[in-house]
Unconditional design. Structure first.
Lengths: 188, 188
DNA sequence: GTCTATACCTTGATAGAC
DNA sequence: GTCTATCAAGGTATAGAC
C-alpha cells in the first residue's frame, strides 16, 4: 500500500471514529505511518483529503447497498435485509455521522453525503413503486414518504443508539420499520 | 440578565448552531458580551458550562413536548402534532445535534441527551399502549418499536434534511410516520 | 464579579534537506 | 516522495488588577 493509500485509509477510519473536526492531520499521520511531507505532497489540505475519503466511503456504501438490494426476492424482503444489516450501532453510519460535523458547511464535503441519501431515497421509492405495481404491497402506499421514513429509521436509530449507548435503540427503530413494511404487504 | 445567564444563553444558542467542538470560549464571550473573567468565574470549564446548558435545553424541550402531548385528543392525533412541530429543519434538533459531537464521549454531557431520548421513547410507548387499550389503534401493535420508529423519523429526518440542504426531506420522513399512525388506527 | 493580559498547547500548513 | 523542523493562528485556561 502506497503512502497515499495509507493516508486515505487512515482518514476514512478516523472520519468514522471521530468525525472531521476532531481529526487532526497529526492523527492521520500517526495512524497511517506517514509524515508531514507525504501528507501535504499528496493532498493540498485536510478538507481536500477528507472530501476524497468521503467520495470513496460513499461509493463503497452505495455498492454495498446495491449488492443487498439485488436479486429476485420481493422488494419488501430486500429492503428488510438492508434494514437489519447494521453492525457497529454505536459507531454510527459512516456517512450520516458527517452531517452534524463542520463538514456540511463545506459544499465539496457535503456533496458525497447528499449523494448517498438521495440515492437511498430514490432507490427505495423505485422499489416500493415496483412492488405496488406488482401487487406485493397496497396500491395506495405513498412510496416517497415511506422511502424517506425507512432511511430516517436507520439514521435516527443510530442517533438514538449513540445517545442511549445501547444498540437496542437502533434495533427497535429498524424493527419498527420492518413491521411497517409487513403491514403494507398485508392483504385487506 | 446577569452575566452568568447571558453566558448560558449564548452557549445554548451556539451549541445549537455550531455544536460543542466548534464553539470556543471566545465565541461564547463575544456573543454574551462577557469577558474571560466572568466566564471562568461562573464556570470551571467549557465542558461544565456546556453540560449545564444542555440540562436547560433538555428540560425546556421536554416541557414543550409535554405541552404538545397534553389534552384529551386521541393519542394518534397528539403524536401527530408533535411530528409536525418542526421548524428550523436545517438547524436540526437542539438535542440530537450533540450526539455526533465530542459531547457524547463525556458522560456528563451525554446524560441530558440520553434523558431526552429515553423520555420520548417511554412517553410514546405509554401513549400507544393507552390507545391500544382504548381501541383507538389495533391491539396487535408493537408499541415500543413503533415509539422508537417515531423518534427515529424525526431525528433521521433532520439528518437527511441537513445532508440534502432541503427541509422537505424532514417533512417526507415525519409525514411517513403520520401515515403509519393513521394506518395503525385503521379499522380492519 | 468583571476586566485585561498572558501562558501554554494544538492545529493546519509551509520550508527545505534528502 | 518522504522526512524533520518550524511557523502563525487559534483554543483553553490562569493571573492579577480593579
Amino acid at each position: 500500500m502506497s503512502k497515499r493509500e495509507a493516508i486515505l485509509e487512515a482518514t476514512k477510519a478516523l472520519l468514522w471514529e471521530k468525525g472531521f473536526e476532531a481529526t487532526s492531520p497529526r492523527d492521520i499521520q500517526q495512524r497511517s505511518g506517514a509524515g508531514q511531507g507525504s501528507f501535504y505532497h499528496h493532498f493540498r489540505s485536510k478538507r481536500e483529503l477528507a472530501a476524497e475519503a468521503m467520495d470513496e466511503v460513499v461509493e463503497d456504501r452505495i455498492q454495498r447497498f446495491e449488492a443487498i438490494m439485488a436479486g429476485d426476492a420481493p422488494a419488501v424482503e430486500r429492503i428488510g435485509n438492508f434494514l437489519v444489516d447494521r453492525s457497529d450501532a454505536l459507531a454510527g453510519c459512516r456517512v450520516g455521522r458527517m452531517v452534524w460535523d463542520a463538514a456540511v458547511g463545506d459544499e465539496r464535503l457535503r456533496r458525497p453525503v447528499e449523494r448517498y441519501f438521495r440515492h437511498l431515497e430514490r432507490r427505495f421509492t423505485e422499489e416500493l413503486r415496483g412492488a405496488a405495481e406488482a401487487g406485493e404491497i397496497r396500491a395506495d402506499v405513498d412510496c416517497e414518504r415511506t422511502a424517506a421514513l425507512i432511511v430516517a429509521a436507520i439514521q435516527g436509530g443510530y442517533t438514538m443508539a449513540r445517545a442511549e449507548q445501547s444498540p437496542e435503540a437502533l434495533n427497535r427503530a429498524t424493527e419498527g420499520a420492518r413491521m411497517l413494511l409487513r403491514a403494507l404487504a398485508k392483504q385487506e
